[in-house]
Design a protein around this ligand. Structure first.
Ligand SMILES: [Zn+2]
Length: 339
């Protein structure tokens, strides 16, 4: 407990120091950024001042600290998410930072769930890691997932995403975590087009997929907080909804993300650089709180050992009792034969 308290104190201190070091004015208007090196996340605020703000995303959700708010966080109401359209198409694109799917018909809408209005789905995209131990932008008690999907919506009252993107109540992003598991045929409808979008600025039209098929079955349990775009210009315009239930995807499908999608233009030649690890590190809370839609979402970071664990450990204990007995017996036999 002392170690945890010290670590939390250090993280708060780091946030305070960072707040002092980050200049409040921009140095220049930049247009390039990356996830590594001199244009990486630590430098974004120099060209994009909002990235140095106090409501930035992603964050680490500390489950013991969340505030349960069942009255406000009612179920999100989805409309159009189950529609199978024969005419609508998606645009699948490699933008050099991620795989992005733009919804062209704007028929998917969400409301309720404590959201400040009606929001229209514009696009969804992914953040993934080079290995299973990382990739998601948000984390739960410091634990990351191999991939995270963001479904980006704009507030209908602004008419389009360009108008909404820098407004306080402009965007609502739904975040979904992935875990390695069974083959996911719905995502394969996207993945099997990856050969057509290997390089930056490649894009292809694909048949639309009912978004409900891409999401987990249970959507009642979620975390909520106020944050930002996780890429420059980092506007603090996002009402974040992070769902508790994960999406299963096979390891070989994750490998397609890791090995087929490159951040460089085809014409650049030379060695292709894969986009893996396109996630921003977690940001300081600066006093913000995370809310939860269900009481089961609040739990201690390090749960005390329970009885089931003790029961599970029993076979191991008996094995460790047997092993010394066998050794003693062997020694006895050796001793007798020597005599
Ligand atoms: Zn994102």
């Amino acid at each position: 407990m002392v170690v945890i308290a010290t670590m939390e104190a250090m993280s708060i201190l780091a946030c305070l120091i960072l707040g002092i070091l980050i200049p409040e004015v921009s140095t220049s208007a930049g247009n390039q950024w990356t996830y590594r090196g001199s244009l990486g996340p630590d430098h974004w605020h120099l060209d994009y001042p909002h990235c140095g703000g106090v409501k930035q995303s992603p964050i680490d959700v500390i489950t013991d600290d969340v505030i349960i708010d069942i009255e406000r966080l009612t179920p999100v109401v989805f409309s159009g998410f189950d529609v199978v359209s024969s005419t609508a198409e998606f645009t699948l694109e490699n933008n050099g930072h991620t795989v992005k799917v733009t919804l062209n018909d704007k028929k998917n809408q969400i409301k309720g769930g404590g959201l400040p209005g009606v929001f229209v789905a514009e696009q969804f995209h992914f953040h993934w890691g080079a290995t299973d131990s990382r990739g998601s932008e948000h984390s739960l008690n410091g634990n990351h997932f191999p991939m995270e999907m963001h479904v980006v919506h704009y507030n209908k009252k602004y008419g389009n995403i360009t108008e909404a993107i820098d407004k306080k109540d402009g965007l609502a992003v739904l975040g979904f975590f992935f875990e390695v598991g069974r083959f996911n045929r719905h995502f394969d409808e996207i993945i099997h087009h990856f050969q057509d979008i290997k390089f930056k600025n490649d894009n292809v039209s694909i048949h639309s997929i009912p978004l409900v098929q891409l999401m987990p079955a249970k959507l009642l349990q979620f975390y909520r907080y106020q944050g930002s775009l996780t890429t420059p210009p980092c506007y603090e315009s996002v009402t974040w909804t992070l769902f508790n239930q994960t999406i299963e995807i096979a390891e070989e499908q994750l490998e397609e993300f890791r090995t087929t999608i490159f951040e460089n233009d085809e014409s650049e030649g030379g060695v292709s650089i894969d986009i893996s690890d396109d996630f921003r590190p977690v940001q300081c809370m600066h006093g913000r709180r995370v809310y939860a839609s269900h009481s089961s979402l609040k739990f201690p970071k390090n749960p005390p050992p329970n009885n089931s664990k003790i029961v599970q450990e029993n076979p191991t204990s008996s094995a460790s009792i047997i092993t010394p007995s066998v050794l003693v017996l062997a020694l006895l036999i050796v001793t007798i034969f020597r005599m």
